[in-house]
Design a protein around this ligand. Structure first.
Ligand SMILES: [Zn+2]
Length: 343
């Protein structure tokens, strides 16, 4: 089958387009999915370039967003049939560890993440255990669906489940124009919050406003602290969603109200940040780390998309053979929304 294969870490030249990569063989509870669309996530760039502490077994097919049709089912698969349209929850859980036993399968101690621990979606076909699949309604296109498992799910899990964002609260979303951010702005608005989002390019401001943001700031040109203090009458915000990391941490910290929640779901600017312990307890702050979410949350988000309440924002589409260009597009910071790859 055709696949983008990594055989070592490095630049985009390491994303090798291979024509005859062996098709995955199926276990009895597995399903072979013909991938119709996938998207590029930051984790794909990490898998490609390498990252301290993360060991990738090669060869590896990257990609965690799997939307497609079932081509074949294992001998004991019960819930799915050949030809059905499906979307994959991006994780495989063991079902046996203490987290799985407590129904917290996304925290599985033996977790496998598509494109990282097992082969992923940058291919014609991929193998998914029946347990990780959800059915895809006819009205949702493969490309729209492919935006959901990583970026959409993480936003949903952060704001709905972990952050418990409430109507009337104010939320600050750092990086409102990326894959995660474009979902977060819409989800926060849907929850009835007042939404502040930052962008790094002036040209993105209008589009993010159109998604429902009440205030859009350019984090390179404007003084974020001053502007948000003014916008909130000096009160600050209840919730901050931060996937940027060390650089944004001091401002997030200062802007949080008493009882505020900081939702941390990524780091692009360093692993460590200083923390004022004194103010942390005096302000009764919660720092909540998270990634992805549970399968039922993906299904809930799928329902919102199906009802037209959340609209995935697609930046550009690339053929599978152009995966390197798609990675470059993310690295450039020019994208607005999700970048789709079509195997
Ligand atoms: Zn487990």
């Amino acid at each position: 089958m055709k696949a983008i294969v990594l055989r070592e870490h490095g630049g985009i030249d390491k994303l090798l387009m291979e024509q005859d990569f062996p098709e995955p063989s199926l276990g009895e509870h597995d399903v072979l999915v013909r991938v119709r669309a996938t998207t590029v996530n930051r984790i794909d760039l990490v898998v490609r370039a390498g990252y301290p502490g993360i060991k990738i077994p090669f060869p590896r097919i990257p990609g965690a967003d799997i939307a497609g049709e079932i081509d074949e089912v294992g001998s004991r698969v019960k819930a799915f049939r050949k030809g059905e349209r499906v979307l994959a929850w991006p994780l495989i859980a063991c079902g046996a560890c203490e987290q799985c036993q407590k129904n917290r399968r996304w925290l599985c101690l033996n977790w496998k993440y598509f494109g990282l621990h097992v082969d992923g979606s940058y291919a014609e076909y991929t193998r998914v255990p029946e347990e990780s699949l959800v059915r895809l309604p006819e009205k949702i296109s493969f490309e729209a669906a492919a935006t959901l498992p990583v970026a959409g799910l993480t936003s949903y899990h952060a704001l709905v489940t972990v952050g418990k964002l409430e109507k009337g609260e104010t939320v600050l979303i750092w990086g409102g124009s990326g894959g995660l951010g474009t979902f977060a702005v819409q989800i926060a608005k849907r929850l009835g919050a007042r939404v502040i989002a930052t962008v790094g390019k002036e040209s993105k401001r209008e589009r993010i406003e159109s998604l429902g943001a009440d205030l859009v700031l350019n984090h390179y040109k404007e003084n974020v602290l001053d502007t948000i203090q003014k916008f909130t009458d000096g009160k600050g915000v209840e919730v901050v969603l931060d996937s940027i990391g060390a650089e944004t941490f001091p401002a997030s910290f200062q802007l949080l109200k008493k009882g505020g929640r900081l939702l941390l779901c990524g780091l692009m600017t360093g692993r460590e940040a200083p923390l004022n312990l004194h103010l942390t307890y005096l302000k009764h702050l919660s720092f909540l780390g998270l990634y992805l979410g549970e399968k039922h949350e993906l299904e809930a988000l799928l329902n919102w998309v199906s009802e037209g309440k959340i609209k995935p924002v697609i930046d550009q589409r690339f053929e599978l053979s152009e995966a390197g260009m798609a990675h470059q597009r993310i690295e450039s910071g020019d994208q607005l929304g999700k970048i789709v790859l079509l195997p």
